[in-house]
Design a protein around this ligand. Structure first.
Ligand code: NAG
Ligand code: NAG
Ligand code: NAG
Ligand code: NAG
Ligand code: NAG
Ligand code: NAG
Ligand code: NAG
Length: 373
């Protein structure tokens, strides 16, 4: 009889729990942030509150009786991270504030509230999320790499390429779990060898969040030393734009609605930044100016990078029709003839000048500014 009674009670408890599981309040908390686990009770005198975590073994999270917190048996995992809204307990609010949320906090919690004439159990299931905060994209040695980190639950990475390449591009994705249980993800994609402008977009996403980074591979550009070159970029006016050199030096930045800020060491090189974001740059020598220029635009959930490789061309390797003619045999002959003609003209001019110098010089012209002053 006692045995049957026990079985019946047990079954009843299990049934009750199942009903309660369905009725659990679901709370999603952001990793590292704070959140509130809600709980209400019928207020009366002699209030006793216990918050326990009930996955597997019970863990004491926070207790309250005799009108004060009782943290003597609190599990060290929760030390200094929990709080009740003391001023609202008398109104029946037993909600628990939890700060610096981590992945171990995930699970099922029981809020037990007892007063002189009543007791109540409330169950709360807590899940933690760490959204994708940013995605970095780089192009190096014909491989586009995309990275993001500190994500939970496990993210996925996908590529899209435009214009659509004729073949499947070789690509890999790696996911690592860090010491805190968050995920780091990186992916790489072999680019198409092509002189056209191509865009590679990488999306990192999980159930709760998504971010995208796009790499626009501009066809390589060439420039002669000591000249101006216009590096193109295409923004819609309101964007936050940054120009960088060799992936590690900032040239300038213009935040939406503000004046551009040029780094000191680039001030002599930056000639203009157009409304659309194109950079007019004065380039000096191969050693100083050759490399990769990146224009990065940032929107809410996207980063858009234009990648331009700039090569400096010295005159002797100029692959230019005029230069080729100059160095062809005929070009050499023409060149010699031209030089001789120039020499003759120069000599004639020199003789003429010499003649002029012997004549009296014209009266001195007074500069305009002097007249005005
Ligand atoms: C309890 O009080 C806190 C603080 O004012 C509030 O954020 C929370 O929503 C309240 N919870 C309930 C269940 O009333
Ligand atoms: C407990 O007491 C309060 C008032 O003191 C009353 O409103 C409430 O209905 C009582 N609850 C039960 C279960 O008796
Ligand atoms: C990346 O690799 C997978 C598997 O090999 C392939 O299905 C996919 O099309 C590739 N992505 C691109 C953009 O080529
Ligand atoms: C380069 O791109 C153009 C247009 O996007 C395409 O017609 C051509 O086949 C591509 N060449 C190679 C080698 O992929
Ligand atoms: C600039 O971008 C806009 C869309 O953002 C596009 O319509 C336009 O064709 C682009 N211009 C150039 C020169 O790429
Ligand atoms: C920046 O990158 C270039 C090549 O990518 C490298 O040679 C240089 O040492 C780097 N400079 C710094 C300060 O990291
Ligand atoms: C410089 O950029 C401004 C817009 O920012 C443009 O109005 C101006 O025409 C540019 N000047 C030159 C010389 O390109």
């Amino acid at each position: 009889m006692r045995e049957l009674h026990r079985v019946l009670v047990h079954t009843a408890v299990i049934l009750m729990l199942e009903v309660l599981v369905q009725g659990d309040t679901q709370v999603g908390c952001v990793f590292g942030g704070s959140c509130v686990l809600p709980c209400r009770f019928q207020p009366n005198s002699d209030t006793i509150l216990h918050w326990n975590k009930i996955n597997g073994k019970d863990v004491q999270v926070h207790s309250y009786y005799d009108d004060q917190d009782q943290l003597g048996h609190q599990d060290p995992l929760y030390k200094g991270r929990t709080s009740l809204f003391h001023d609202q307990i008398s109104g029946g609010n037993a909600s628990l504030g939890l700060s610096r949320v981590n992945l171990q906090d995930q699970g099922r919690y029981l809020c037990y509230a007892s007063t002189s004439n009543n007791t109540k159990d409330t169950f709360v299931t807590l899940t933690v999320r760490a959204p994708v905060s940013r995605v970095d994209i780089v192009l190096q040695n014909n491989i586009v790499t995309c990275k993001s980190g500190g994500i939970y639950p496990r993210p996925q990475l996908s590529w899209s390429v435009s214009p659509r390449p004729a073949t499947v591009l070789q690509n890999t994705t790696e996911v690592h779990e860090d010491g805190q249980g968050l995920y780091d993800i990186s992916g790489s994609l072999r680019t198409v060898y092509n002189d056209t402008e191509l865009t590679y977009s990488c999306s990192v996403q999980n159930e709760h969040s998504a971010k995208k980074a796009t790499m626009r591979q501009h066809p390589p550009m060439q420039s002669a030393p000591k000249s101006e070159v216009l590096l193109p970029c295409n923004v819609s006016g309101l964007d936050d734009i940054t120009w960088t050199f060799n992936n590690n030096q900032t040239i300038l930045r213009r935040q939406a609605g503000q004046e551009k800020v040029v780094e000191t060491e680039w001030q002599q090189h930056v000639r203009n930044l157009s409304e659309s974001g194109s950079l007019l740059l004065y380039v000096t020598s191969s050693a100083q100016s050759e490399g990769t220029y990146r224009c990065t635009l940032r929107y809410a959930d996207e980063e858009d990078v234009t990648h331009i490789d700039l090569k400096m061309i010295e005159l002797k390797i100029l692959k230019d029709p005029i230069a080729e003619r100059l160095y062809s045999p005929l070009g050499v002959v023409l060149g010699v003839v031209a030089s001789v003609i120039l020499l003759i003209i120069a000599t004639l001019l020199y003789i003429k000048r010499k003649d002029k110098e012997t004549q009296p010089s014209p009266p001195e012209v007074v500069p305009l500014s002097k007249v005005e002053g």
